[in-house]
Design a protein around this ligand. Structure first.
Ligand SMILES: Nc1nc2c(c(=O)[nH]1)N[C@H]1C(S)=C(S)[C@@H](COP(=O)(O)O)O[C@H]1N2
Ligand SMILES: [Mo]
Length: 494
């Protein structure tokens, strides 16, 4: 009696597990996999705060555990359906005992799995396998059939079922890997397409003037500022980003994990605090990455500031409010972020000076108080919005006229207008601007053309930002607050 019960239990579990394994082999972790659907149904009954609490606490382990739990539960349930179906079928048609039982078992499993997955096509094969396995084993199980066999052949049959399950699970795991890789590739391709689109959008926004500085800098042309003579070379496979300190849950993100966050694309200009009025430490690129806010949310922060560290011992602390909309960039102009600009990932903080965009970022520590940063230790200031700046890049002289080309930037306030005076600041006229990019935290090109009417013209240019503020006239050096003042040229008629 005891023997019969345990053999029935083996048959039950074997058929249930085989049905689940078949489904796994066919659909891996997609929605058509019975366990995925079952898991989703169970999660639907649990309160949201509980689910998110568990996931926050135990992360992906919680998900794996719930899949395992659901898988076992479902194997038992489908196995019970198979046994029930088998017993009913073989009793209803005793002369067809085993086949009738097997068919009925398959129908029972089919109905059970269909209720969960909601797709008939997706559950046919698992149901057939579940029914076949129970018929295969039941024929050798005393009491459920008239075939009498010894224990050894039961062991052998279970061995065959187990072997099938190993193969099916391996197939499912392989398929899951392939699916995930395919999704990643698709995502990367989509991401490249989006960057390309933005690059051509920027190209279309540009002004047509000879030798004008392009809106988006080529990667090799983009300015570079490092505290070290040669940038650190970081291996993305060995690299990880840790989020520690005052957090609910510490994170250790691999490169792949960072790529897994929702992708964002941004136009953003970077300007160094040491950039003079006539300097050229300011450029714009299309950046690809994820939102720092998403990562901070996953960790759950309980402090006001973050200490950000780069692999070159560069560091900055920033208020979390500045990081909310910051980007962790791993792509630049549609390509992988170059080593010189922070590979594998760098920070980009909206409306802030270049120094805060920590390159080769390795860890984010949440802290309660401001702890300043690398350049502050050397006397620099400038933790707030960038100063407005107007630059002159090039003078063209088309048939006796003078054409001034330049670019302007005013942080997240945006460049509303560029005004040019050719009489030493007495009168001002508006320059023609490139079409604004969708993100105001970017530079705009400007061109101003005039007919010289004296030997020498004293030219000034200044920016009106998106808030209507006129760029301050007073000339100051970059140290310590960033350069101010109107750009100036003395142009002689030729
Ligand atoms: N880790 C690290 N991040 C860094 C720096 C650095 O030396 N090390 N330089 C900063 C400064 S001062 C500026 S202006 C920008 C320059 O970025 P870029 O070299 O990509 O143009 O990076 C900032 N991030
Ligand atoms: Mo800088």
């Amino acid at each position: 009696m005891n023997d019969k019960l345990s053999l029935n239990a083996v048959a039950l579990f074997a058929s249930g597990v085989s049905a689940v394994a078949t489904s796994f082999a066919m659909y891996a972790t997609s929605g058509s996999f019975v366990v995925s659907s079952f898991n989703r149904i169970i999660l639907g009954y649990l309160p949201g705060w509980f689910v998110s609490g568990v996931i926050q606490r135990f992360g992906s382990v919680a998900l794996e555990m719930s899949m395992l739990f659901s898988g076992v539960l479902l194997s038992i349930a489908l196995g019970a359906a198979a046994i029930g179906g088998y017993v009913l079928g073989s009793r209803a048609l005793p002369s067809y005992g085993r086949p009738a039982g097997g068919v009925a078992a398959a129908i029972f499993v089919f109905v059970g799995a269909f209720v969960i997955v909601g797709s008939a096509a997706a559950v046919v094969a698992p149901a057939v396998v579940g029914g076949a396995v129970v018929a295969y084993l039941a024929g050798r199980t005393p009491g459920t059939s008239d075939v009498d066999v010894d224990r050894r052949s039961v062991v052998r049959s279970v061995g065959a079922v187990a072997a099938f399950n190993v193969v099916a699970h391996a197939a499912g795991l392989l398929r899951r890997d392939q699916t995930q890789r395919a999704e990643r590739e698709l995502q990367q391709r989509a991401s490249r397409v989006q960057s390309e689109h933005m690059l051509s959008e920027a190209a279309e926004a540009e002004l047509d003037a000879e030798g004008i500085k392009p809106l988006i800098a080529e990667i090799g042309e983009f300015y570079q500022v490092d505290i070290n003579p040669s940038p650190p070379s970081v291996d993305a496979d060995a690299w990880s980003l840790s989020v520690t300190g005052l957090v609910d849950e510490e994170l250790e993100l691999a490169y792949e994990d960072v790529l897994g966050y929702d992708v964002v694309h941004r136009y953003k200009t970077i300007r160094c605090l040491s950039d003079g009025i006539d300097g050229d430490s300011m450029d714009t690129a299309v950046w690809t990455g994820c939102r720092v806010g998403d990562i901070l949310e996953a960790a759950g922060t309980n402090g006001e500031y973050a200490m950000l560290n780069g692999a070159d011992d560069y560091w900055y602390s920033l208020p979390l409010s500045d990081l909310e909309d910051a980007v962790l960039a791993y792509g630049m102009n549609g390509l992988e972020l170059p080593q010189a600009h922070g590979y594998p990932v760098r920070l980009l903080v909206p409306d802030r000076w270049g120094k805060l965009h920590v390159k080769w970022l390795t860890d984010i520590e949440i802290i309660s108080e401001d702890e300043s940063g690398y350049w502050e230790e050397k006397g620099w200031h400038g933790m707030g919005p960038v100063n407005a700046v107007t630059k002159v890049d090039r003078i063209n002289r088309p048939s006796g006229r003078i054409q001034i080309c330049g670019h302007a930037y005013a942080g997240a306030r945006g460049v509303e207008a560029v005004e040019v005076s050719v009489d030493g600041g007495e009168t001002w006229n508006e320059a023609t601007l490139s079409r604004p990019l969708p993100d105001p935290d970017t530079e705009r090109q400007w061109v101003y053309e005039f007919e010289p009417d004296r030997d020498s013209h004293e030219v000034y240019a200044r920016t009106i930002d998106g808030e209507g503020s006129v760029q301050p006239e007073e000339r100051t050096e970059p140290y310590p607050n960033g350069a101010t003042g109107w750009v100036n040229r003395t142009l002689r008629a030729e």
